[in-house]
Ligand binder design. Sequence first.
Ligand code: NAP
Length: 270
Amino acid sequence: MVTKLIFLGGGNMAEAIFAGLVNDAHYTIEVIQRNPDKVQRLQDLYPNIKVTTTLEYSPSANDIVILAIKPQQAKEACLANKEKLQHCTLLSVMAGLATTSITNWLNNPRIIRTMPNTPSSIQQGITAIFSSPEVPSPHKTIVKEIFNSLGIVYIANDESEIDKIIPVSSSAVAFLYYFMEGIINSAVSEFGFSKEDATKLVTQMTIGTCGLLNANPDISIAEQRERVTSKRGSTEQGLITFANANLHEITKQAMQNCYNRALEMAKEFN
Ligand SMILES: NC(=O)c1ccc[n+]([C@@H]2O[C@H](COP(=O)([O-])OP(=O)(O)OC[C@H]3O[C@@H](n4cnc5c(N)ncnc54)[C@H](OP(=O)(O)O)[C@@H]3O)[C@@H](O)[C@H]2O)c1
């Protein structure tokens, strides 16, 4: 059976999801993108999909409407389409917005809430998924398949896990980049490497380090670290510096602050 996927909002996250599905015969893709310049760009890039500036009809109970707008745009966009979004299954990729908010705006309890991360755009992502009990089983399966094609899926035990996973696998992407930036900046300022060379070296080091973990699932991260750390060696000196500055305690605080902000945002955009 062919399932219609209608994206409300055709920005970065929507494109990351539908780019891999446009040639899949199981799906028909439609995108609602209010900005006419962006409509033209999407139509040129993906001639197989229908792109319009407004939702012109009422999707059926077999259709899945993906809410891929910014959380601060959500209430307005939902209320503007309220009458049309009564029967379909809703799928939210919006950070921080609780299912109860969306259900209240649309009076539709069939809702799947997800939290994807940006590596999904290269099929290396993680997506946490929570479904309300009203979502039909076939739609749960379809959504799981869609996000499996973008990386791996984590099925949340309850909705609170969707917020809790933000500092673990979504914002954590930026945390890792920030740490890489610190190494790159020091390679330039302390050791005279060009920014370009330092960026290449640190990027490849990160890819290789993660590749090593992936290739050896039986070896823990701590053990891999110990293998690089000789007693009284140079790595040990660097790690002692991090430990003395309590890097793990700082990380804990950063993750807690990130999570608290996600909860705050949910209230702000409600
Ligand atoms: N990007 C990520 O890393 C990431 C990761 C996880 C989750 N998310 C979630 O994904 C959602 C989308 O993020 P994004 O980065 O894709 O944002 P984005 O690039 O700004 O895309 C949203 C698009 O929707 C359009 N839009 C807004 N209201 C609309 C309406 N009523 N009808 C039709 N189109 C409308 C916007 O148009 P304008 O340009 O005119 O505003 C914009 O082009 C967010 O809720 C975010 O929390 C993103």
